[in-house]
Ligand binder design. Sequence first.
Ligand code: PMP
Length: 387
Amino acid sequence: MTHRLSRRIERLTSSLIRDILQITQRPGVISFAGGLPAEELMPELDFGACAADSRQYGPSEGEPLLRELIARGLSGLGLRCQTEQVLVTTGSQQGIDLVGKLFIDEGTPVLLESPTYLAALQCFRVYGAEFHGMPVQAEGIDPDALKAAIVRHHPAFVYLIPSFQNPSGCCYSDAARRAVAAVLDETGTPLVEDDPYRDLVYTSCDRTPVCAYLERAPWVYLGSFSKITAPGLRVGYLASSPALFPWLVRLKQSSDLHTGRTGQAWLAHFLTSSDFGKHLAHMNGVYAERRDTMQTALERHFSGLADWSVPAGGLFFWLRLVENTDTLAALKVALDHDVAFMPGEPFFPVTEQRYPALRLNFSHATAEKIERGIALLSKVLGECAVT
Ligand code: PMP
């Protein structure tokens, strides 16, 4: 290349998931790869009157009514949150990016779950983060290990997905949430809590945001409308402790001035004029069925090949393979058989913590495709084990 690019470009990796998504658009492919909500459950997007009032530039913080509705929802979850602490973002992915810009210089230590959301890794890596991973266990991360890691690494922040974690599906127990909050308070470590799956719940479980239990530590809470309405709207939000908020707004200003107004106006209208509870209940009913269909198919075809837990919510099964398997190589073979999954490798912040695993989405494919796809996949993986 003849022109000079920034040093951070050397750390920029392509998003494997977005690359795979392109391939899975091919007709006939059964895809368990992306975290795609089901189109047939998305509300109609009729912008109507919303569009007319959305032509002019708007406030960087977001549309006032939408911010107010979000603040009300967050207060209902126990978060001490005023409307003035809510920033509407262009998907919660933008919230992740703003957090990266806010906290990370080259070599800044960041603590996160292992495995964790690969696009957060991709984003924080570009800013120069040095990752330290904490294994995700059945009830979340171990609070004692968290304390030890904070004392050792002095992270700029801890990034967690406590409800239906991507990719593991883990939902922290209330005791773990409180214990994690106590450690963060004691050490004054900022928490970035990413919570896009909280409303996709099929088996009741504790979901009070960890941020709600914090007394002193700074926090940023990230939410999203992608999974519960339509991801194409690109509307998410963040709320933060008061001292961080003005910085996040300025970073948002320099990033895109504000999130598109039409989508925000439509959401405010949808939240106030429809029976949102009914919409969610219907969506969760369908996803619960698909989860159960996948669980039955997995029991039939993956027993002995992998270990997994049934997720109480969210969009994914996380399979820990019994045999050592190159899952990236297995994906290529699987695609030749018109079935796709997400290899586990890119979800690990540090290579030493890797184990052979795969992530399977259950919200997008129909029951018939789930059964057929899981049968196909078990054959492919059975043949790809490296012993
Ligand atoms: N955080 C997590 C954990 C996710 O899984 C996703 C989407 N896959 C996002 C953030 C980004 O979601 P969006 O930008 O659509 O709100």
